[in-house]
Design a protein around this ligand. Structure first.
Ligand code: AMP
Length: 396
């Protein structure tokens, strides 16, 4: 079966066409600057590496049309016709409390996704536009919605309730939802497989450390706590997001800087995190390079980052009364050995020991703990698209 995986942002559309039999990616790409000048598709398939196709893309329907035309193109394409696409899997950011699993998309599901727009105003409307565009161009195809929040719906109340007046939960569903669920689920399953252990009998802490970052406690295959909250702003320090701060800082800064609360929140989302702390970049490669050049603020930034991640790992170890495996994934988790080593250095008290050579490996899936370590540590490349394709296949 061939599954088309679609991930729509407000002005972008990422896709992968995946062959479910051998899990190969037949083609993938990114439409960017949708609705703006200079829109284009960057397309990769067998023997074609990042071909840039410039085309006016007024909206997401134009973008989906260009993707479908390219996939079936005589020269660039990888399939003869759209009949070869068996189903479409859509990444949806927020499913609120409505979705604890992936679902086949129908009118009711689309309405329920729309009801969550308030909770993810930057993402859900774009995700819906992607669904509508695909429906318009492929009305007969089965489509599946895979939610970033669904995996975390197993969290117990004590983990998802905030210490706020209960009426805000009743009226507005203000609670922890968590994100990156597709990644946390994929990576925790792979960790159990690599460990040769039963997922149903394992306590794993997944550190998804990318530009956005979240930590997740996975007990017996289920998410029991996670660091992101009502929105992706909560939790660890990120590329440009502050992560958790004293909520009173918002009013304090609004008064001092003569800006609105929403402007402060915009600073917390876009100008904070390691970008704000270091004053250098949101990219950890630049910050690590600056630290190696002797930049003190870059060193402080990385120290603060690793410390916060370690504190979450510590608290989730308590939440699960133990930890069998810690897993690093996403751009930074997969590629930055210094950050992995620094974070792990907080857990020698648990008998955790890193194998320094293994920690330098460039392989996608590596056990980086030593043979004597009391806690397993892995770095595992996440693959959200493959997980979405598998969920889609299971439902059709
Ligand atoms: P993601 O959001 O998962 O794409 O992760 C993006 C972040 O991962 C970037 O900001 C980089 O700091 C980091 N990253 C990606 N590739 C590398 C690499 N080869 N070495 C170190 N950091 C990397």
């Amino acid at each position: 079966m061939k599954i088309l995986v679609i991930n729509c942002g407000s002005s972008s559309l990422k896709f992968q066409l995946i062959n479910s039999e051998d899990e190969n990616v037949l083609a993938k790409g990114l439409c960017e600057r949708i609705g703006a000048e200079g829109s284009r598709l960057i397309y990769t398939a067998k023997d074609i590496n990042k071909k840039e196709i410039d085309k006016e893309l007024k909206d997401h329907t134009d973008a989906v049309a260009l993707v479908l035309d390219t996939l079936t193109d005589k020269e660039l394409g990888v399939i003869d016709s759209l009949n070869d696409v068996d189903a479409v899997g859509h990444r949806i950011v927020h499913g609120g409390e409505n979705f604890a699993h992936s679902v086949l998309i129908d009118e009711n599901v689309m309405k329920a996704i729309e009801e969550c727009n308030d909770l993810a105003p930057l993402h859900n409307p774009a995700n819906l536009i992607g669904i509508k565009a695909c429906k318009e161009l492929m009305p007969d195809k089965k489509m599946v919605a895979v939610f970033d929040t669904a995996f975390h719906q197993t969290m117990p109340e004590k983990a998802y309730m905030y210490g706020l007046p209960y009426e805000y939960y009743d009226k507005y569903k203000v609670r922890r939802y968590g994100f990156h669920g597709t990644s946390h689920s994929f990576v925790s399953e792979r960790a159990a497989e690599l460990a040769g252990r039963d997922l149903e009998d394992m306590k794993t802490i997944v550190c998804h450390l990318g530009n956005g970052a979240s930590i997740c406690a996975v007990e017996n295959g289920k998410s029991v706590d996670t660091s992101m909250g009502l929105t992706p702003l909560e939790g660890v320090i990120m590329g440009t997001r502050s992560g958790s701060i004293d909520p009173a800082i918002i009013e304090f800064l609004a008064n001092k800087e003569h800006i609105s609360a929403s402007e402060v929140v915009s600073v917390l989302n876009k100008k904070s995190g390691v970008l704000g702390l270091s004053g250098i970049s949101s990219d950890f490669r630049d910050i690590t390079a600056a630290m190696l050049d002797g930049d003190e603020r870059a060193k402080m930034t990385l120290d603060a980052y690793c410390y916060v991640v370690a504190k979450y790992i510590g608290s989730y170890t308590a939440a699960m009364n133990g930890v069998d495996a810690i897993v690093f994934t996403a751009g930074l988790g997969e590629n930055n050995s210094y950050v992995r080593e620094q974070i792990c250095s907080y857990f020698t008290f648990l008998g955790l020991e890193i194998d320094e050579d293994a920690n330098q490996s460039r392989e996608d899936e590596v056990k980086i703990s030593s043979e004597n370590s009391k806690v397993l540590v892995f770095k595992i490349a996440t693959n959200e698209e493959l997980k979405i394709a598998k969920e889609t296949l299971a439902l059709i």
